[in-house]
Design a protein around this ligand. Structure first.
Ligand SMILES: [Zn+2]
Length: 244
């Protein structure tokens, strides 16, 4: 055999060995995932499986579901994914997650990754609300989406959240990228917009307080703003009178 052909034959043997090794490693990992069933304490078992799911992602949800629920197949998997979604937002006890809060203000809501998409689809299939609880670096966004909203969130996360809060996409992005601040509507001497922070507590507002503050408009102290104005108090008062 010509040495060049021999090298190709050898390279092919190497590849086949590597593929067999990969398959064996994957099967071993699945078996280890199923072995989580050996953890006797139920809440420890569930949180171990959810941790593994978020850490190792695709290809393990069936085995993990089996370990947690004892049910084989899709039924256990779907129930497990709903559980994983619910537990995702608990304080993380395993030092998992990776990433954490972004340091730059966002200009788009990040699209869900494949793990999260799978969880959202399981919530939709079960007719359950999907919880979002995300740190933004300067604040956080906590809300729950009804199944139809969650379906829209899968297609366009930014647009779906904007709609959920009754904001236009542009307004929602402005809230995100301004870190929840509202700029003064007054004009400078050169007719440009002042944009100083509005008197009262108008930085790092959560999205619903921000919406109230924007609807009211406002002015900085220099432009005659009311220093006692607090959109959070306005919204609370509003919610209170509406609930009567
Ligand atoms: Zn101003």
């Amino acid at each position: 055999m010509h040495p060049a052909l021999q090298r190709l034959v050898d390279a092919n043997d190497d590849l086949e060995r590597a593929e067999r090794a990969l398959e064996a490693a994957q099967e071993q990992r699945r078996q280890c995932a199923r072995d989580l069933a050996q953890i006797e304490d139920q809440s420890e078992r569930v949180s171990a499986a959810v941790f593994a799911y978020h850490r190792f992602g695709k290809g393990l949800s069936l085995a993990l579901a089996e370990a947690v629920t004892g049910l084989p197949g899709k039924k256990g998997q779907s129930a497990f994914l709903v559980l994983a979604g619910r537990m995702q937002y608990q304080p993380r006890g395993h030092g998992a997650g990776g990433g954490g809060e972004p340091s730059e203000p966002m200009t788009e809501w990040p699209a869900p990754d494949e793990c999260e998409r799978e969880i959202i689809r399981a919530h939709i299939a079960h007719g359950r609300d999907y919880w979002i609880d995300r740190g933004l670096g300067w604040g956080c966004l906590r809300t729950s989406l009804r199944p139809p909203e969650a379906a829209a969130y899968l297609k366009d996360a930014t647009g779906a959240l904007a709609g959920h809060f009754g904001l236009s996409r542009e307004a929602f992005v402005e809230w995100l990228s301004s870190c929840g601040s509202v700029g003064c509507e007054g004009r400078n001497k050169d007719a440009t917009r002042c944009k100083s922070s509005v008197a009262g507590r108008t930085v790092q507002l959560d999205v619903e307080d921000w919406k109230v503050a924007v609807e009211r408009g406002g002015y900085c102290r220099r432009h005659g703003g009311d220093p006692d104005y607090d959109p959070r108090a306005v919204r609370r008062a509003h919610a209170h009178s509406a609930s009567r």
